[in-house]
Design a protein around this ligand. Structure first.
Ligand code: SAM
Length: 246
């Protein structure tokens, strides 16, 4: 998978990409991530990428020229190499709400471009002409699209084959199968008088699996009964499909 991130503040995304699972995934060539500084695509003498909003009002708006220049360059490169840009994603609070189902679907794409907005957002013409998908990470507003971009990148990358040590781990996480995850414990078996459930130490894999399933159902019905309703409504679940090849 190739991910292009377009931002006016590359420093915010570069740090986390250089840590832990994301860093290892890039190091093992399971994903290529390129960060593009919007300021390198402006013809403005002061490298300014924002301007005042027409009609007045608070906040600056990211100008269309550098964003068009950057995305057109990426598109031309992809065309020259016979690749397709699958989606040009704008992270925005008024976009489609990010879900595990959406992450599963996007993890099967080969080339994603992600645009981080800033200030008041981006010029609407960018959204109308270039963006193919708008995604929100939740009903709250952050100051920039860099953290939402990282949220999406992290959620995607951990699903790519070879990224997690145990491929099954992601399958039992919350929201896969529309269930929350079961409680987890590690050593010591007893800590301050608190014991790990006996079944998890029994070595009986069938009993452990049944216990986990029951715990997942119990927690989901207590905390997120809405997820169980989704499950009942959708017998054939395409959303749990995950990528199996690079
Ligand atoms: N004026 C915009 C609105 O009210 O919808 C908010 C702009 S916000 C201050 C600046 C940038 O942060 C946005 O362009 C977007 O890229 C990003 N952003 C903020 N909250 C977000 C969220 N919940 N999901 C995705 N992106 C978000």
């Amino acid at each position: 998978m190739l991910i292009d991130i377009i931002t006016a503040l590359p420093g915010i995304v570069e740090g986390p990409l250089d840590q832990s699972i994301l860093k290892r995934a890039v190091g093992k060539n399971l994903v290529r991530i390129r960060v593009h500084n919007l300021r390198n695509f402006t013809t403005d003498r002061h490298r300014q990428v924002d301007d005042y909003p027409f009609g007045g009002g608070a906040g600056m708006v990211l100008k269309p020229e550098p964003i068009f220049a950057c995305i057109e360059k990426l598109q031309a490169e992809a065309d020259a190499e016979g690749r397709t840009v699958d989606e040009i994603i704008y992270l925005s609070p008024d976009g489609e709400r990010l879900s595990q189902r959406m992450v599963n679907e996007l993890s099967m794409k080969r080339h994603l471009v992600m645009l981080a907005g800033h200030y008041k957002g981006v010029d609407q013409r960018v959204r109308d002409q270039l963006v193919t998908r708008e995604i929100s990470i939740g009903d709250y507003v952050l100051s920039g699209g860099e953290l939402p971009t990282l949220v999406l990148v992290d959620a995607l990358i951990r699903l790519l084959p070879g990224v997690l040590g145990d491929a099954c781990s992601a399958l039992s996480d919350s929201f896969q199968d529309n269930l929350l995850d079961a409680p987890t414990y590690t050593r010591p078996a007893e800590f301050r008088g608190l014991e790990v459930p006996h079944v998890l130490r029994s070595g009986d894999h069938k009993a452990i699996s049944e216990w986990r399933e029951a715990e997942r159902l119990k927690k989901t019905s207590e905390r997120r009964p809405d997820l169980l309703e989704i499950e009942e409504r959708r017998p054939d679940d395409a959303g749990t499909e995950m990528r199996t090849e690079k």
